[in-house]
Design a protein around this ligand. Structure first.
Ligand code: FPP
Ligand code: MG
Length: 432
């Protein structure tokens, strides 16, 4: 399996024009699937765009904040070890889409206007070390050749807010950076697992530096994210974000199998789809749902607002991944900026195929053997194309997006709230 996907990736790399390497993008619960789908289909058939809807650029409403994100992240990643410094900062050289930090900043601004749980208490500093400096740089001080790694982020308690938006607390801004660090760490590991060849406009870190350094750099990012998280001095937020890290790995483990029982010739049941949705939540939506929730928690929001922020992130996160899974079938390699159809090549059965499988039992055997035999990928692709799998996937994503918008409907009007709604539209419209 692994060697097959590696060959596929490499042959695609060789066939991919270098111009494509300049815009690669990321690809990528419920019990009653049938009820969800039928509700989604109704929504899908009735959904009409509102011609009077305001045109909002969600990025513009938090532009001032986003400007400093990369710089602050690079500061968090500083290491006195030159090779580690280079690999750790590699994915920060070109800016990603920053969907996750943007959502944290928009949620922070939108909830600044919503009810608070209690009168605000003085805020603790967000980057002051908890331990003495000599402890944080105590590599091996007794070794004769000891040279300190001057790992500034380990001891540097300064954090310049650079005249940022008054509606965003320093802790919420730092949360946005932590979220991007965790996401980038997961990409470093994911590119090793998927034998990727390109990411964020260049060769992926596993290709540039090898698997070992890419994995270790991902671990380093998690370490630095954990230090920054500890310094927020907010145990509830630490608990939420540490749970996200565990969820990412749980989701990836679930993805190693297409079905819970991993049978050779599985039969379609509701349970198969529940497994896929749960995997999707853990792998993709948990980071968005728990970071939106954390933004509201840090802002001292009322319980109702915290639940709304969480529900928004959960629904948007599920929609985001469903659209990702759809684009893997519908968008060309040139437009996607990375190999199209990669999921089937990696042996993965995602929503379009699962919907198609419900109406065509033939797909069961292909799912069971992870599309590994010659012609399996082509046959599966043809069966999905002649089914309603793609429409049903889009309809389900639309339902999640509608749920996300509904969740924050009671927030008072603001640019940031419009931005959160616009992010939903963007997710449904995106082509890469
Ligand atoms: C991209 O998915 C990857 C993820 C959404 C999460 C990957 C998680 C891990 C590898 C677990 C380890 C996590 C940490 C925090 C170290 P994709 O392969 O569908 O999308 P792509 O096309 O962008 O690669
Ligand atoms: Mg991948």
């Amino acid at each position: 399996m692994a060697s097959r996907s590696f060959r596929v990736s490499m042959s695609r790399c060789l066939r991919t024009p270098s111009s494509l390497l300049h815009h690669p993008s990321r690809r990528r619960h419920q019990s009653s699937w049938a009820a969800t789908v039928s509700a989604a289909q109704t929504l899908f058939n009735n959904a009409k765009p509102d011609p009077n809807a305001p045109i909002v650029d969600p990025l513009r409403t938090v532009a001032k904040e986003m400007k400093f994100l990369t710089g602050n992240i690079r500061q968090l990643l500083g290491s006195g070890h030159p090779a580690l410094d280079t690999v750790a900062k590699y994915y920060t050289r070109s800016e990603g889409k920053y969907v996750r930090p943007m959502l944290v900043l928009l949620m922070s601004r939108a909830t600044a206007l919503t009810p608070k749980a209690a009168p605000s208490t003085p805020l603790p500093p967000i980057n002051r070390p908890l331990s003495p400096e000599q402890i944080l740089v105590d590599e091996n001080p007794s070794a004769p050749e000891f040279t300190p790694l001057t790992s500034t982020s380990a001891i540097d308690g300064t954090y310049d807010t650079k005249g940022g938006d008054a509606d965003v607390l320093p802790s919420q801004r730092r949360l946005a950076e932590i979220v991007e660090l965790i996401h980038t760490a997961s990409l470093l590991h994911d590119d090793v697992i998927d034998h990727s060849v390109a990411r964020r406009g260049a060769a992926s870190a596993n290709i540039e530096f090898g698997n070992k350094m890419a994995v270790l750099a991902g671990d380093f990012l998690l370490g630095r994210a954990s230090v920054a998280l500890a310094r927020l001095r907010h145990p509830e937020v630490t608990e939420l974000m540490a749970t996200v890290i565990a969820n990412l790995i749980e989701g990836e483990f679930m993805q190693l199998k297409n079905t819970a029982r991993d049978e050779a010739n599985p039969v379609w049941t509701d349970e198969i789809v529940s497994y896929y949705i749960q995997k999707t939540y853990l792998k993709s939506a948990s980071l968005i749902s728990k970071s939106c929730r954390s933004a509201a928690v840090l802002g001292g929001s009322s319980p109702e607002v915290i639940e709304a922020a969480y529900a928004y992130g959960k629904n948007l996160g599920l929609a985001f991944q469903l659209v990702d899974d759809m684009l893997d079938y519908t968008v060309s390699e040139a437009e996607l900026g990375k190999p199209a159809g990669a999921d089937l090549e990696l042996g993965l059965a995602t929503a379009p195929l699962l919907f198609a499988w419900k109406d065509n039992a033939e797909l069961g055997a292909l799912v069971g053997r992870k599309f590994a035999e010659p012609g399996d990928v082509q046959r599966a692709r043809a069966l999905v194309a002649s089914s309603t799998g793609l429409e049903q996937t889009r309809a389900l994503a639309q339902q999640y997006v509608d749920n996300a918008i509904q969740a924050i409907s009671f927030f008072p009007p603001s640019d940031a709230k419009d931005g959160l709604v616009e992010m939903c539209t963007k997710v449904m419209k995106r082509r890469k």
